[in-house]
Design a protein around this ligand. Structure first.
Ligand SMILES: [Cu+2]
Length: 131
């Protein structure tokens, strides 16, 4: 129980980001280059200027994965908004977005929507900043 409290505290500190928050990888030219494996996105947290976003995902794992961009906030019982995703990728495959993606400034969730991969930790954060 004490350990759980410590973990929660740690989570709160990360959210506030008192200088020690998550670091963001700057995506060049709006291209999110992300490797997918069990069960991580590498890198996890990316920052990109608003506008057209491209996905460049590679499945470096042993299972199928995909890469999706969805909203952080959603009503109880409702699915988050899906802004775009790749096809399902098999080990060793590369994939880009299924349809053009344009994002406004804000925070978005990066995730793999296959099985319970998200629950297992395969997610990250996309910070879209004003140009
Ligand atoms: Cu996955």
């Amino acid at each position: 129980m004490r350990r759980l409290a410590a973990l929660l505290l740690l989570g709160a500190t990360t959210l506030v980001g008192c200088g020690g928050g998550p670091s963001y990888t700057h995506a060049r030219d709006g291209v999110l280059k992300i490797n997918l494996d069990e069960y991580r996105l590498r890198p996890e947290n990316l920052e990109v200027p608003a506008g057209r976003i491209h996905l460049e995902a590679t499945d470096t794992g042993r299972l199928t994965h995909n890469l999706a961009i969805e909203s952080f906030d959603h009503e109880d019982g409702e699915e988050p908004t899906l802004y775009g995703r790749t096809d399902t990728l098999h080990p060793g495959e590369h994939g880009s977005e299924q349809a053009p993606i344009t994002l406004k400034p804000g925070k978005y969730r990066l995730t793999c929507t296959i099985g319970n991969h998200d629950d297992l930790g395969q997610y990250g954060e996309l910070k879209v900043v004003a140009r």
